[in-house]
Design a protein around this ligand. Structure first.
Ligand SMILES: Cc1ncc(COP(=O)(O)O)c(C=O)c1O
Length: 369
């Protein structure tokens, strides 16, 4: 066999690999997965029936144009179908956005830490990542992000609420930032957790997009709508961005099952958003519980909380896992913990309480927040 391997693109060297949330540990007395910001509720019965009916035809390709879903979304958001594009989850659409805008020599700005797919998909595009640190309150530093714009900037992600901190940028500061962005730079408002927001000062990206041709909004069916395993997300953007997204889509990428489930979910929105309301209630319980225990927790607007644990991060994740709750550690920085079912949240709160006591009793425990 030849020693020479096929030539691969140099841009792929050293690419960070996406770390999915660990599954719940098997074998223990209880096992809850709070590591991937998933919806803990099982599929709604009506959505399940739709999926089962759709599954009977998977020998056929799906509708490549996602016609039914596009029409439903156009009605739901009051936008033309030509301003919509779908993809295999919103991460798929984010990758299409990069393919459409950015390549070698270009720059893509985003806050850091933020959604861990951004550096990966940016590097794959060949463009350079410009990571702007979150401010001391774990919030996007929009002034610094605007200062980072150069003639090479092609795209800017604003993750609102931000994964993994749950923090938001509000209307006035976002508008001020957008006023500073040149018209030929695309700003992507990644609103994967939009449905969990209750603060009316946090703008709906769709309203902002209507006024600004260089703004695109990313949404997903994975979180509030509970379709993470079916892989369907979408963007709302002006022409020609939406058209470019349709060009860069993987042909037939969104399965018919996913399309039909998304339509059924939009039609069952009241019931689904009722579940989201319960999760928001649980979020308040977890947030208040952690604060009462003495933790510093940034105010969260998503379905997860962030604890900046520093050096204690991996220890805490291991303790949680032994207790039966899998969370998402970012070594040396902190942990993100999804709001799950009541029992899972309870178990997490109990585990956090014991760990907090250990930190408080250990004078060397400067890493705890
Ligand atoms: C901020 C953000 N954007 C996008 C996504 C991608 O979600 P999906 O590809 O499932 O739509 C996620 C998933 O965790 C996320 O946190």
């Amino acid at each position: 066999m030849s020693e020479t391997s096929p030539k691969l693109r140099a841009e792929l060297d050293g690419i960070p690999t996406y770390k999915p949330g660990r599954p719940a540990a098997a074998g223990g007395p209880v096992a809850y997965k709070l590591s991937s910001n998933e919806n803990p509720y099982p599929p709604l019965p009506g959505v399940m029936e739709t999926v089962l009916a759709s599954a009977g035809a998977f020998n056929r390709y799906p509708d490549m144009a996602c016609t039914g879903l596009m029409n439903e979304l156009a009605d739901r958001f009051g936008v033309p179908v030509s301003h919509l594009a779908t993809g295999t989850g919103s991460v798929g659409v984010a990758q299409q956005l990069l393919q459409a805008t950015s390549g070698p020599g270009d720059e893509v700005i985003y806050a850091w830490r933020s959604f861990e797919a951004y550096p990966i998909i940016t590097q794959i595009s060949g463009a350079a990542s410009v990571k702007v640190p979150l401010d001391a309150n774990e919030v996007h530093d929009l002034d610094a992000m605007a200062d980072a714009i150069t003639g090479r900037t092609r795209m800017i992600f604003v993750c609102n609420p931000n994964n993994p901190t749950g923090t938001v940028v509000r209307r006035a500061e976002l508008e001020r930032f957008l006023d500073r962005v040149p018209d030929d730079v695309l700003v992507v408002l990644d609103e994967a957790y939009r449905e969990f927001i209750r603060d009316t000062d946090v703008p709906d990206g769709v309203e902002i997009y209507r006024e600004r041709p260089n703004v695109a909004v990313l949404r997903t069916f994975s979180k509030a709508y509970g379709l993470a395993g079916l892989r369907v997300g979408f963007a709302i953007a002006h022409e020609p961005v939406a058209a470019a997204l349709r060009k860069t889509a993987v042909p037939f990428g969104v399965s018919q099952i996913a399309q039909d489930a998304a339509v059924a979910s939009l039609r069952a929105e009241d019931e689904l958003l009722g579940r989201v309301g319960s999760l928001v209630g649980e979020r308040t319980r977890v947030y208040d519980g952690l604060r009462d225990q003495g933790w510093t927790v940034p105010e969260t607007h998503a379905n997860f909380v962030w604890l900046r644990l520093g050096e204690r991060t991996t220890d805490f994740a291991a303790v949680c896992e032994r207790a039966g709750v899998t969370i998402r550690p970012f070594a040396g920085e902190g942990v993100r913990v999804t709001i799950g079912e009541y029992e899972a949240n309870d178990l997490f709160l109990h585990t956090a309480e014991s760990f907090r006591k250990e930190i408080d009793e250990d004078p060397r425990g400067a890493g705890g927040s």
